[in-house]
Structure formats: C-alpha cells, structure tokens
Design a protein around this ligand. Structure first.
Ligand SMILES: [Zn+2]
Length: 313
C-alpha cells in the first residue's frame, strides 16, 4: 500500500503548513533518508519525491483509512486529525502510521536540516503526514481509450501527475528547473511541450504554481503566476504551433479551483478554453470563472470535456 507522505510544519501542536515552508528537494531528501534509516524496515519504506511531497510504502498495509489532506487543515491541532481505521482490518495499519507520525516528530525535532532552517527563520519539516492511501492502480492506457492518440507525454513537476501519466502509458518528460512553484522554469516547460508536440499526438503540460499560491492565500503571488503562465508558457507555445502546417489544438484549464480565500481546493466548476485552427469562436473574450459561464460549450461534466477536445480534427 502506498501513501502520499508530506513533510509538514507543526507549531505548538497546530499544523502550521502542509509544505514545511516550501522546503527544497535537497533538504527534504536528507530528511527522508534519515526517516528511512531510522523508521524504515522490511515493511516500511520512505522515498524522496519533490519538495514536501514524498512517498511512504507499507508492505501489506490496508488502505481503508480515514486520513486528512494536510493542505485542508492549516491552523488545526494535528492530534485530532491523526489516522483512523475505516474497517477493523485496517486497525493495525492505522496504528503503525500514527506511531510513525509520532516517532518522526521525535527524530525531526533535532534533525540538522531543521536546526539550520530554524536558525534562518524558516519553518522546519518537523513531522511526516501520510495521506491518500492506495494500491497500485490498473488504468486503461490513453491510447486504448482514445485510439487517435498513439504517442503522448506528460510534463509536470509533480510526482502525482507524473505517476498518472506513467500509468496512462504516457512518456514522462522531466524539465530542469521545474519546481511546482512560482519560480518554475516556464520557458523550459514551454519548450519541452513544443518539442514533444513535434513527435507526439498529445502533450499534457501541468503547472502547479497558481495552486500553491492559492494554498498560501497569497493573491499577489497568484496573480503573478497566472500572468507568467499566460505570457511565458501559453503565449510562446501558441506563437510557435500556430505557424505549423500540421494543426495543433490547445486547451487551457485548471484541474480544480484553489481560491486564496479558502486556501484549499474547492469543487466549483472550472473555466476552460479550447483553441484550434478553424474553430468557430464564441462571444467570450475574457478567461475567468464568471465570463466562461457564457461559453459556447456550456457546462460539461465528467469526461465530456476530454471527449470533445480529443475528438477535434
Ligand atoms: Zn493543491
């Protein structure tokens, strides 16, 4: 059984943030290696991911657990949010995980990386926070679901997205300097997408920066990430591919809202945009949640969007 394993910052018993103050991957790697050394065994393994997002694998663990995504509960006491078993069978797994959380706190309180971060006025990564348990998924590959997509790739800084791409049978492209934050390498990701489009039928390009700014509740930063997304990533891709002989369609959309006012994900409808040479435009000229409600496609649910977009000729 695998779980997402954040390293988070707890202050006075409260979850201060889900990201340990956006700890860097090299710092996190030292912490995860220590956890693997101290808490790992033949059944328990920690794997380094990116920044605060890591992986915990419990061999033989059960996934029937009630867990709390840490980005949903900033400011709340961690004790009441620890893992509960949803079935009697999962009780030993829940106990093991809660034991690991508490033991990680003892180990991380005096970890050199954290002592250094505290000295610099940064948030320490002083607890693990496992959540989202699951077994290896059996996914139908994208080229079986959509036979006109023979070759496809995914570009993201986020391991969750890369993993989904991997299971969907897509090539996973790593871009140097892709951080998942406002300082990501927008130009590098745009270029990687342009290069991939020369050989692939479909490229999924993901940018996490606006989501993270939303979690921080930082309006100014979120605006900047959306502007950068527009001018440094979507713009250059459009400029390039619109010159090609072979038509390229582009869809722009978030995977969910992360309003600054809520600092977490909501399930409200999201705006989307489809560009394709020769497509009939509707009357919407502004890309935002309000304006797009008047869009020509109306309100789509479930896989309707994907079906429409991927059936464009
Ligand atoms: Zn998010």
């Amino acid at each position: 059984m695998g779980m997402r394993c954040n390293i988070i910052c707890i202050e006075n018993g409260l979850i201060k943030n889900h990201s340990a103050g956006h700890i860097s991957t090299p710092e996190a790697d030292e912490i995860i290696k220590t956890l693997e050394q101290e808490l790992g065994n033949d059944k328990v393994h920690f794997y380094t991911g990116i920044q605060y997002r890591h992986l915990l694998v419990i061999d033989g663990g059960r996934k029937e657990l009630i867990c709390t995504p840490p980005h949903d509960v900033p400011g709340q006491p961690f004790k009441g949010l620890m893992i509960k078993a949803a079935t009697p069978d999962a009780e030993p797994t829940a106990q093991l995980l809660n034991d690991l959380i508490l033991r990680s706190q003892e180990i991380l309180a005096k970890h050199p990386v954290n002592l250094e971060r505290i000295a610099q006025g940064k948030d320490p990564a002083n607890s693990i926070w496992p959540w989202s348990p699951g077994y290896r998924p059996a996914m139908q590959p994208i080229n079986e679901l959509y036979p006109n997509i023979r070759k496809s790739s995914v570009i993201s800084a986020v391991d969750l997205i890369k993993g989904l791409g991997h299971y969907a049978g897509m090539k996973v492209i790593d871009v140097e300097g892709a951080t998942g934050l406002f300082d990501t390498n927008y130009e590098g990701k745009a270029q990687a997408a342009i290069d991939a489009l020369k050989t692939d039928d479909f490229v999924y390009l993901h940018v996490e920066a606006p989501d993270e700014a939303g979690h921080e509740g930082n309006y100014t930063l979120k605006n900047r990430t959306v502007e950068d997304l527009d001018s440094r990533l979507i713009g250059p891709i459009y400029e390039e591919v619109s010159k090609w002989n072979e038509p390229v369609a582009i869809a722009v959309l978030p995977d969910h809202p992360t309003p600054c006012a809520h600092r977490t994900h909501t399930s409200d409808p999201i705006p989307f945009l489809i560009y394709a040479p020769g497509i009939e435009p509707d009357s919407v000229n502004v890309f935002d949640e309000e304006s797009c409600t008047k869009g020509g496609y109306g309100y789509l649910e479930g896989t309707e969007f994907t079906k429409i977009f991927l059936s464009l000729k």
